[in-house]
Design a protein around this ligand. Sequence first.
Ligand code: RIB
Ligand code: CA
Length: 306
Amino acid sequence: MLKKPIIIDTDPGIDDAVALALALFSKELDVKLITTVVGNVSLEKVTRNTLQLLTFYGKNIPVAAGARKPLLRQAFDASSVHGDSGLGAYRFPDFQDTNLLEQHAVVAMYNTIINSDSPVTLVPIGPLTNIALLLTMFPDIKPQIKEIILMGGAIGRGNSGIYSEFNITIDPEAADIVMSSGLTITMVPLEIGRKALVFPEDALKIKEMHAIGDMFYKLFKTYRGGSFNTGLKMYDGSAIAYLLKPELFSTQKAFVAVETKGDFTSGATIIDLQGNLGKDANVTVATDINPDEFKKWFMETIEKCV
Ligand code: RIB
Ligand code: CA
């Protein structure tokens, strides 16, 4: 079976670390490039974290560093959730930086897509700054992009703004460019991650699986995306789950806009599930997931990360 070519744009981030493993060890995916973007922590830290994770996973994938700040706004981080380093207090062994490309992430994405034998799927699991820059600088690349499957947005209340999710809140203007690009987009919002939970009993099983599982356990102990005892939210992992196991999800096509002007609501994803605005649907929104089926898939897939 031909592997699906993908590029992951990420801001590790504890849940990003899990999502990267789910993708990198999959036999169905050809991860051609990993690009980094300012988000959970600074560009330098997310890039270092990505290189550390790839070395730990034993995966020699090209990495390119991208946007150091959002298109227009000042960045703020999520170190309260992921720790100052972005990966908790875990001390990774020395990492290789030989796979860190000189080019900016946007140029590396363009080159990877244009040289791919088949259209490439983009999987952003952080703010959308790099993706917006790619589509703005190289609009002719769109026919070579199969689709975008992104973790971001909120149907209801947010986790960063009152009505906005972190990845979108960091760079609403970038998200607006992506949502109105005309590309095939699937959005995996907060509501999915809130049902894609790792409970203490799951974490203990993961710890015993292998070295990567032991590392995840140590990350989970300090991850504030939920709580260790009541359930840790696998936001980014749910986007990879959609890529690999879409049948776990309920989806609905809808018109989606991003608020970029609201004093209190910028970054909100306006998801018109009832069609009140009478506008054509531009996004497929993941509206639900079967939590038991997800957990079964998640544990089986983590076990194969060796
Ligand atoms: O809101 C959840 C998202 O913000 C995830 O991608 C997490 O890693 C953080 O970046
Ligand atoms: Ca992320």
